[in-house]
Design a protein around this ligand. Sequence first.
Ligand SMILES: NC(=O)C1=CN([C@@H]2O[C@H](COP(=O)(O)OP(=O)(O)OC[C@H]3O[C@@H](n4cnc5c(N)ncnc54)[C@H](OP(=O)(O)O)[C@@H]3O)[C@@H](O)[C@H]2O)C=CC1
Ligand SMILES: CCCCCCCCCCCCCCCC(=O)[C@@H](N)CO
Length: 313
Amino acid sequence: MSCFGKRTWDPKGKHCYVTGGSTGLGLALSTLLVQQGADVSIVARNEKNLKAAIEKLETVRQSKDQKFAYYSYSLTSARESQEALQAVIAGHNGETPDGVFLCAGGSKPKFFVEMSGEELVQGMDMGYWVQAWTAWAASKEMARTRKKGKICFVSSTLGYMSLIGYASYSPAKHALRGLADTLRFELQLYNIDVQIFFPCTMYTPGYEEENKTKPKITLKLEESDSGLTAEQAAHAMLAGIKDHHSHITGDWITTVFRASTKGASPGRFFLKDWALNIFGCIALPIWRMTVDREINGHVAEHETYLEERGLRA
Ligand SMILES: NC(=O)C1=CN([C@@H]2O[C@H](COP(=O)(O)OP(=O)(O)OC[C@H]3O[C@@H](n4cnc5c(N)ncnc54)[C@H](OP(=O)(O)O)[C@@H]3O)[C@@H](O)[C@H]2O)C=CC1
Ligand SMILES: CCCCCCCCCCCCCCCC(=O)[C@@H](N)CO
């Protein structure tokens, strides 16, 4: 039983569709779902990683009846996201998934003035549309087939706040929160549960990739966040999913941001959220002042950086 006596969600025997299930958080979540008896279908682009992920899932299989499948699609367009979902359904005896877990995504942090127009558009594709299109396709399918399913988005700490360097990513992750909060209301019409996870830094292949372009100052400011392994983050995500939390967090810093930006989003026990909010009212402005000081102390170094790249007249 979870809050308000609602039964906890049990993955056993459920068909789970995990986007981005080939590496990082998506693979760690798929592994947990398999260990708890679910059938898992994963979608990502790179076929070699997908195959390797299925081999890993085979090693934790609980029963011979569990079905695992992978499909290679890029989920940044409406058409491919619908095709991917149809392939997942066809591969599972025509059955709509019980749970859709939207782990696909990525970021390419840089300074705003060094980003190209394409990179800013890609930021929305890889942060927002890569999950929104699948949520859209799955909502239509669940409503049509009367499936009382669940959809869980993956935002970020940066979906509640932001940091220098994340102009192409943080807005997309904030937009996911807007979509999840909208759908939490609207999809009640079809008995579909909508949740959203806000992970902090996770040490994954995606993290290593983003560090190739990340400004030094961004990396430095992120040090306040000690980070989680993909497995730790997946545990927190699944615990929140089971307990029907609308907004799921896996570390204390993001939990403070959750409480301090709550608005009308559902939270936890009100006294706990009040206490977190009061703590945030004091600690966050102090933290922000240290960040402003750090950025202002970076002006001279940044001047050289821009000159070296021909970005200063
Ligand atoms: N790592 C971090 O510090 C944090 C990450 N996040 C978010 O968590 C989620 C998981 O991140 P993480 O595990 O680190 O990332 P990884 O890069 O390790 O994994 C991302 C997964 O998404 C897939 N993917 C990426 N682009 C597409 C696409 N266009 N179509 C289909 N699949 C795609 C990748 O496979 P392939 O490339 O083969 O398509 C891979 O399976 C992302 O949404 C990320 O934004 C949030 C907070 C912190
Ligand atoms: C309460 C007072 C203390 C406040 C401290 C605030 C520290 C902020 C840390 C920001 C961490 C950003 C994680 C980004 C993860 C992510 O999404 C990227 N890795 C992109 O993938």
